[in-house]
Design a protein around this ligand. Structure first.
Ligand SMILES: *Cc1c(COP(=O)(O)O)cnc(C)c1O
Length: 458
């Protein structure tokens, strides 16, 4: 009890904290922090902690740390040294300078989001992207929503609620994060009709399942897994022909979707959006922040009448994108239109980065670390595209392996994550590996500093 009495009152602590910290936060925020830290100290004393946790100086220090934590962003930038280019947990695509500039320009003031400047009257927010998307994809019409999951959901609810959607058994899949095709279908009010088998489905299976209740044929890209061996799925063109002959539209959930071919860069061919449109898909949906390399969005391209039904559905309002997303997408799409995607869009800069450049950067990083007497070595490693695209496909890359010292690789990796900026690295065979392909070149010096900090602190 006497030990508890040693704790200052809330008012006394607040007064002392105010004197030490100045007018940095409102009184109510300071009071909450003071109460929380007093409570913390009280519990520490009860648990037998040393009496100096209750000194005024120590408590002021705790309140200061508490407030600093409150005012530090929870979401903050980090260095991705994992070698996975599109990492959903790390925020997917880094944005291009042009996209960021456009988002800043439009976000910091007003914009003609839904305002027709020529007529001086209300306009439509969909006009900003539709021209670019139709030109780049070859489709008649286009719409942007919050993400690709929303695009698929809106398509199903607007075009197939209360009716049947035919899906191959091999494509009734889970994309990740709880996005399961059968569940999304159920939620949209559409009825799933599965055809074929897990490994083999033919165009004829779809044709045989079509009835007057059929609203859509649905293709789902097997983004994050691959079936190999005795497998068959029909070509999109075959299926589009089946759909056309029964007047049933074909919806193609392309997942990542890409506007550039992947094969020239040593990757397996990923179908492009424009190929799918040309092959006869009536609607194609894809993500804005996977291989497109823009902000989070879901893009829908296809036949005008179908896109219009989605646009006019009441749910479209709930899934719409804001002005900064539209600005970022527009700038990103314009990089493709100018033919500058591989030099301007970070995801494509990383995919197309020449191995020799990565080796040069790795050598410079290793030399910096060696100059600080650390055990560092340039290694050959492999990067992945990630983001549920091109599963199993990797690109040759260069990295640096650092011997973590006595503490071991796990503790060293934890210190890398917990410093500023955080660095996420890989661990292989007891060593810390940083893959230079996913590190922005302008971050190389900062990465060197962070590695020196965590490895020399043994
Ligand atoms: C990634 C993906 C989705 C979900 O897209 P989000 O933009 O993350 O909502 C849906 N379908 C497929 C095939 C995907 O690869």
């Amino acid at each position: 009890m006497t030990r508890m009495r040693a704790l200052p009152s809330v008012d006394r602590l607040m007064l002392a904290a105010r004197a030490a910290l100045g007018d940095t936060v409102p009184q109510a925020v300071l009071r909450d922090a003071a109460r929380a830290e007093l409570e913390h100290a009280r519990r520490a004393l009860q648990a037998g902690a040393d009496a100096d946790v209750a000194t005024l100086d120590r408590l002021v220090q705790q309140v200061s740390t508490h407030l600093a934590r409150l005012l530090t962003p929870s979401l903050r930038p980090l260095i991705n040294a994992t070698g996975v280019i599109i990492q959903t947990n790390l925020g997917r695509a880094p944005l291009s300078a042009a996209a960021l500039a456009a988002m800043q320009a439009v976000g910091s003031g007003y914009a003609n989001l839904e305002y027709d400047l020529e007529r001086g009257e209300r306009g439509s927010r969909t006009v900003h992207l539709e021209g670019l998307l139709t030109r780049l994809s070859g489709a008649e019409a286009a719409l942007a929503v919050n993400n690709n999951a929303a695009a698929v959901y809106l398509a199903l609810i607007a075009l197939a609620a209360g009716r049947e959607v035919i899906v191959s058994r091999g494509q009734a899949v889970e994309i990740g994060g709880g996005f399961r095709i059968p569940d999304v279908l159920r939620q949209s009010g559409a009825l799933l009709v599965e055809v074929g088998t897990t490994n083999r489905t033919y165009a004829q299976d779809y044709a045989a399942a079509i009835t007057e209740r059929t609203a859509l044929l649905l293709l789902v890209h097997s983004s994050n897994f691959r079936l190999i061996g005795f497998v068959h799925e029909p070509e999109l063109a075959e299926l589009a022909a089946v759909g056309r002959s029964h007047a049933v539209p074909l919806l193609d959930d392309l997942g990542s979707g890409t506007l550039l071919p992947t094969a020239p860069y040593g990757l397996a061919p990923e179908p492009t959006v424009q190929e799918r449109v040309a092959a006869g898909a009536d609607l194609v949906t894809f993500s804005g922040d996977k291989l497109l390399g823009g902000p989070q969005a879901g893009l829908i391209v296809g036949r005008r009448a179908l896109v219009e039904r989605m646009r006019r559905h009441p749910l479209a309002r709930a899934l719409r994108v804001d002005k900064t997303t539209i600005a970022g997408l527009e700038a990103t799409l314009q990089s493709y239109l100018r033919g500058q995607a591989t030099s301007e869009i970070p995801v494509w800069r990383m995919i197309t980065a020449p191995l020799s450049d990565l080796q040069t950067r790795a050598a410079a990083l290793a030399a910096t670390l060696q100059a600080a007497a650390l055990h560092a070595e340039v290694i050959a490693c492999r990067s992945a595209v990630g983001g549920g695209s091109l599963p199993g496909e990797t690109l040759p890359s260069a990295g640096v392996a650092v011997a973590p010292g006595a503490d071991g690789a796990d503790r060293c990796a934890a210190r890398l994550r917990l410093g500023t900026p955080a660095v996420v690295a890989r661990i292989a065979e007891g060593r810390l590996i940083v893959d230079l392909r996913t590190v922005l070149a302008e971050d190389d010096q900062i990465l060197a500093r962070r590695l020196r900090e965590v490895v020399t602190s043994e």
